[in-house]
Design a protein around this ligand. Structure first.
Ligand SMILES: Cc1cc2nc3c(=O)[nH]c(=O)nc-3n(C[C@H](O)[C@H](O)[C@H](O)COP(=O)(O)O)c2cc1C
Length: 195
């Protein structure tokens, strides 16, 4: 685990959109995944907070250039960060084409963590609280933002570049990553060695 002060990580964080053709280590990827949703003690607390501890977020990772990992798309276990391959081909360019506007940094990233969420269970859990039916979704987006910032700061601590991307076509992105409702993609975190 890289050790720089939190102040330095926050000061150094910038959106990076120019990536080098250099592999990211599998340990660095594991650290990014842990920062997003990892368990931080034996009582299953996590690195990011969750309303009512529902933990509706789920991670997918698209691998392009990570040491020891075959190109493709993987689902990620929050408990262990272990990765299960769901697609065995390089999907970075496909995700780039599903972006709003031209975003070539998606296709050039070493990898893309997609923060997805179960939209149904928080909607149900907070249905009785105003604004009725909308509070659960609001909480999902807050949680995704907290997890994303953890990843951005961990990437900075690793010396990696990273950018949060939320400008993509939702349905096309779901189809590409084989995500089915009520799970939906919320944002991508494209990472790699900065140019
Ligand atoms: C909700 C959200 C959505 C974003 N979507 C995109 C995006 O689709 N493409 C992109 O290149 N950057 C995106 N960004 C990154 C912002 O453009 C970036 O944070 C902003 O320009 C400030 O620059 P900085 O991150 O270097 O401080 C997004 C950021 C946020 C918070």
């Amino acid at each position: 685990m890289s050790a720089i002060s939190l102040h330095r990580a926050m000061s150094g964080r910038r959106s990076c959109r120019e990536f080098r053709e250099r592999a990211v280590s599998s340990m660095a990827l594991q650290n990014l995944l842990w920062a997003a949703q990892g368990e931080s003690d034996d009582e299953h607390h996590r690195t990011a907070p969750s309303a009512h501890a529902l933990y509706p977020l789920q991670l997918m990772v698209t691998i392009g250039n990570v040491e020891g990992a075959t190109r493709g798309v993987y689902s990620v276990s929050s408990e262990t960060q272990s990765m299960t391959q769901v697609i065995d081909r390089d999907m970075r360019k496909d995700l780039e084409r599903a972006a709003l506007d031209s975003q070539p940094w998606i296709g050039r990233a070493a990898g893309i963590i997609t923060i997805c969420a179960d939209l149904a269970s928080p909607t149900r859990a907070f249905a009785e609280q105003p604004p009725f039916g909308a509070r659960g979704l609001r909480y999902v987006y807050i949680e995704a933002g907290a997890a994303a910032q953890n990843v951005l700061l961990q990437a900075t601590a690793e010396g990696l570049g990273c950018v949060l991307i939320a400008g993509f076509r939702d349905e096309e992105t779901s189809d590409l990553l084989r995500i089915k409702a009520p799970i939906a993609p919320i944002l991508h975190l494209c990472f790699g060695w900065p140019e």
